[in-house]
Ligand binder design. Structure first.
Ligand code: SF4
Ligand code: SF4
Length: 161
């Protein structure tokens, strides 16, 4: 369990599926072999630094207590990128089919905040579909090119609209 803003992961293990952990070559989008889903990490005391330091937005205090990612059906992650990527990007990972639609209010607020700060937003659907939002057609070309290269589709509206 991690602590932040008084919150703990508890029985949530959602990011053990959504996120890639390069230290152990764990790919994005599939359950980590060390994860006991809904319980926790089997190597908790020896888990990689990437796991030790990761905090989703809920853990940082975004949303209500009841919006815990495994209950809500999605993980919000304001990620700091490396290299040529933009300095920050809001990644919305859907972990249960319908999660994006069910959480539309919370995600709309988060997307609006990101837009105010010119932070790009991506949606990674439970189906594997990947989208980058360019509502006002204002994202720089290099960001869009990189996203397309990684298999993202450019969309003008959030998935629930
Ligand atoms: S998604 Fe958030 S609450 Fe869930 S295990 Fe990961 S950091 Fe903890
Ligand atoms: S090593 Fe543990 S904390 Fe890290 S992704 Fe795997 S199960 Fe989750």
């Amino acid at each position: 369990m991690r602590r932040n803003s008084g919150r703990q992961c508890g029985g949530c293990t959602a990011c053990c599926k959504t996120h890639g952990i390069h230290e152990i070559d764990k790919p994005k989008g599939s359950w980590c072999w060390n994860c006991e889903v809904g319980v926790g990490c089997r190597i908790y005391h020896d888990r990689p630094l990437g796991c030790l330091t990761f905090k989703c937005e809920w853990l940082k205090g975004v949303g209500e207590e009841s919006d815990r990612p495994d209950l809500l059906g999605l993980v919000l992650d304001l990620a700091v990128s490396r290299g040529n990527q933009p300095p920050e990007i809001l990644q919305v990972f859907e972990i249960l089919e319908g999660g994006l639609h069910n959480a539309a209010d919370l995600v709309t607020r988060s997307v609006s905040m990101a837009a105010l700060c010119s932070i790009p937003v991506t949606f990674i659907h439970a189906s594997g579909r990947k989208e980058i939002l360019d509502e006002s057609r204002s994202l720089p070309g290099d960001i869009l090119e990189a996203a397309i290269y990684e298999g993202f589709e450019i969309v003008r509206k959030p998935p629930w609209q």
